[in-house]
Design a protein around this ligand. Structure first.
Ligand SMILES: NC(=O)c1ccc[n+]([C@@H]2O[C@H](COP(=O)([O-])OP(=O)(O)OC[C@H]3O[C@@H](n4cnc5c(N)ncnc54)[C@H](OP(=O)(O)O)[C@@H]3O)[C@@H](O)[C@H]2O)c1
Length: 364
């Protein structure tokens, strides 16, 4: 089967997307494309067309592109499998739909399974083998098969973009790759999980753990099963992806020592705040060689730490996140903030699509 690349297609300023998963983030992306599609075309010279899509009810495709308005209503209408025949053609799978529709980019917004990669992994392999570029918010396939997916991408000339999987609205890996290019990152420290940071902040203000968690769940910040967040797994997964991306490691999840926030004493959270700092779930990675030289091993961990008032992450509160890089040539840099939730996540996917368009010479 021939590789499909944007540059080879007629209409060179269009990216044709195959979107896997139309849940919260997919719906938010459909909303952005519906509201801003024409504006994006004017500003960046790039047309983003959802030409194929799937959810757990089925896969559909359309040569002309699926209508964003249909995609917005798809959940209430019972899923993509129920999209009327005149709105798109049904297909046995998203790979088959993507092929029919001549897609250039595989956009993975389907559920994360960090233990096995889930069914998304096999379809991601398919996409990269067939020369589609990958833009993903799904951490699972990257965590389980980082090296393999990168080898597949190199083999077919595909680009990989995963800002949605590495803290989404907070620029992390992309910041290091673009803005720190040429310098060596010698160390990073980060608050990468908005749910546990919200709970720790609430505890520093006097709530106990159970009350803070219940508040996070009521506000839709924490899942009904919050274990991946509060046990530090989500933070460890993001740290793994950052290490593999920035330090060239090939870490697996079990290589990241981790602690969660479930045993934190509320008195300790309050005391840290009274001293002017804060208790945070901190992801850290550093090279053993202070100059950041590549052969030196990379160490990393996820742990609850008291940050003093001078630390750049001490006042990252609530659902906000932050990252501090230490570099050999550019000194210390920090980014803090960024929204959490489906819309900021979808916006990070959009950012990756626009930057992919730039790398391919398609967008301004
Ligand atoms: N939500 C956030 O704030 C956020 C932030 C950053 C990253 N992410 C990541 O983004 C991804 C999507 O998150 P979400 O909140 O949108 O999840 P979600 O609301 O649970 O949506 C998941 C979507 O994937 C579909 N799906 C399930 N199995 C599928 C399959 N085998 N093939 C194709 N589609 C399938 C679901 O279909 P049905 O609706 O038919 O079940 C649903 O449309 C996840 O990997 C998540 O970790 C989310």
């Amino acid at each position: 089967m021939p590789a499909v690349h944007a540059k080879r297609r007629a209409g060179p300023r269009t990216l044709r997307l195959a979107v896997r998963g139309f849940g919260h983030v997919g719906q938010a992306l459909a909303r952005i494309l519906s509201d801003r599609g024409a504006g994006l075309e004017r500003e960046f010279g790039l047309r983003l067309v959802v030409a194929a899509a799937s959810d757990s009810t089925g896969a559909v495709w359309s040569q002309a592109g699926l209508d964003p308005a249909d995609l917005l209503n798809v959940r209430t209408a019972g899923g993509l499998g129920r999209l009327a025949a005149d709105r798109g053609s049904a297909s046995a799978s998203l790979p088959a739909a993507a092929e029919q529709a001549g897609c250039d980019v595989w956009v993975d917004l389907s559920p994360t399974d960090v233990r096995t990669g889930g069914s998304a992994l096999e379809e991601t392999r398919w996409a990269l083998r067939h020369g589609l570029h990958l833009v993903t918010a799904n951490k699972g396939p990257l965590v389980v098969a980082w090296g393999e997916l990168h080898r597949l991408a190199r083999g077919s000339g595909s680009h990989l973009k995963y800002g949605g999987a590495t803290a989404a609205a907070l620029p992390t890996a992309s910041l290091a790759h673009y803005e720190l290019a040429g310098s060596r990152v010698t160390r990073l420290e980060a608050v990468l999980n908005g749910t546990s940071n919200f709970i720790l902040t609430a505890m520093s203000q006097g709530r106990d753990y159970a009350t803070a968690l219940a508040e996070a769940q009521t506000r839709g910040i924490a899942e009904r099963d919050p274990s991946l967040d509060v046990e530090g797994v989500d933070t460890a997964v993001k740290l793994l992806l950052l290490c593999n991306s920035l330090f060239g490691t090939d870490f697996a999840l079990q290589d990241i020592p981790r602690q969660g926030i479930t045993d934190v004493d509320p008195a300790a959270a309050r005391a840290a705040r009274e001293r002017g700092g804060g208790l945070k779930l901190v992801a850290r990675a550093w090279r053993e060689d202070a100059a950041g030289n590549a052969p030196a091993p990379v160490r990393c961990d996820v742990s609850v730490r008291e940050l003093d008032s001078g630390h750049l992450l001490a006042r990252v509160n609530g659902t906000e996140k932050g990252i501090v890089y230490e570099t050999d040539l550019m000194g210390r840099l920090a980014v803090v903030g960024g929204g959490s939730g489906p819309m900021p996540a979808a916006a990070s996917v959009l950012r990756d699509l626009i930057n992919l368009g730039r790398e391919l010479g398609l967008s301004d």
